[in-house]
Design a protein around this ligand. Structure first.
Ligand code: KG4
Length: 332
């Protein structure tokens, strides 16, 4: 492929509660990135209801594809590949983007690329002016996953550590639910915690066993919050969420820098919904030495199809494409 290539990709995403369609040129230039968030449909339940999610994806996906093409000034016939998330996620939801992508691939006779959603998150920075580099330490922090990777290449994601119970975003959501703060919990808690400043934290540190232990755990911290509120029902909510957030984030920070030291990899990418948290960014930059911290802009931290089209390009250029028999999977 010479340097003047002009490869146009369509990305589709519907793994959880965002439906998205995006057009990306040459794997790095976002021409459009249309996102429909279902948050309002799930708010009353304080969490994503799978059946509601898949129906809502189905209702909007065709319009989103048209809108993404229109906004990018691109026609179906201009597309060189179509990429869709096929794992991990909610089965019924994943099917909507993947089946749409299959139909487009079949009709236009263009390659279909099935994407690991978590890999797509980790590649989001490459849509913001960075050339692709390897290796890097990747921390993926979202509502469903908390995973630390050694990313060695396209499709070469070595898991170094992950949560043994709740994901960090899930802990934000559950604490917010318990305190009746609304859904999703992350942004609400971050907002409430702003302006509170550090007295001694009354919540326990999340235990860390050995030097090379890269596991995460959030259910104990969540229980500590619940116990604290039961013991001190008049405690100020903003003090509680501040202390919760500090404890939740400090574990992430400890783990990424430890992984960077142990694996001797200086580039660190932090991605996924929780990476939108400003306090996490501050803590990472305050604690870093000669490591380089790379975090996508907040719009690219939460679920979107640009990151799917972006990583799809890397597979396309290596001719790693799928046939129509590829299926969805709830797991990685
Ligand atoms: O990656 P994402 O958009 O969706 C999936 O999990 O698939 O992440 C959503 C998660 C939710 O748990 C939400 O509470 C959390 O990311 N989140 C945040 C922030 N914004 C979103 N957590 C902490 N601080 C934030 N600013």
């Amino acid at each position: 492929m010479n340097s003047k290539y002009n490869i146009i990709g369509l990305g589709l995403e519907s793994s959880c509660d965002e439906t998205s369609a995006s057009i990306v040129r040459n794997g790095k230039e976002i021409l459009s990135n249309i996102i429909f968030s279902q948050i309002n449909l799930h708010r009353d339940y304080s969490g994503v209801v799978p059946e509601i999610a898949s129906r809502a994806h189905l209702e909007v996906i065709n319009d989103l594809i048209d809108e993404a093409l229109d906004k990018a000034g691109v026609k179906f016939s201009d597309l060189n590949y179509v990429a869709a998330t096929n794992r991990p996620g909610l089965i019924g939801s994943l099917l909507i983007a993947l089946q749409s992508a299959k139909a487009i691939s079949y009709k236009l006779k263009i390659p279909l690329i099935a994407i690991n959603h978590l890999e797509a998150h980790l590649f989001a920075p490459f849509l913001e002016g960075r050339d692709v580099f390897f290796p890097f330490i990747g921390l993926l922090v979202s509502g469903g996953n908390t995973i630390l990777y050694n990313v060695k290449g396209i499709g070469e994601l070595q898991i170094i550590g992950k949560t043994v119970d709740d994901a960090v975003g899930e802990a934000f959501d559950k604490v917010a639910k318990f305190l009746n703060l609304g859904y999703p919990g992350g942004p609400v808690i971050e907002d409430m915690a702003k302006g509170v400043r550090g007295k001694k934290n009354f919540l326990p540190k999340i235990l860390t066993a050995k030097k090379n232990d890269f596991r995460f755990s959030y259910s104990g911290l969540k229980t500590a919050v619940v116990n604290y509120i039961r013991e001190y029902p008049d405690a100020e909510k903003k003090e509680i969420v501040y202390n919760f957030q500090e404890r939740a984030l400090e574990l992430l920070v400890r783990r990424v820098f430890a992984a960077s030291r142990v694996y001797n990899i200086k580039k660190i990418v932090v991605a996924g919904g929780v990476a939108a948290n400003g306090r996490l960014r501050d803590l990472l930059f305050e604690n870093k030495g000669d490591e380089e911290i790379i975090i996508p802009s907040p719009e690219l931290c939460t679920d979107n199809a640009a990151m799917v089209a972006g990583v799809g390009f890397q597979y396309f250029r290596e001719d790693k494409v799928n046939d129509l028999s590829v299926d969805v999977s709830p797991r990685i």
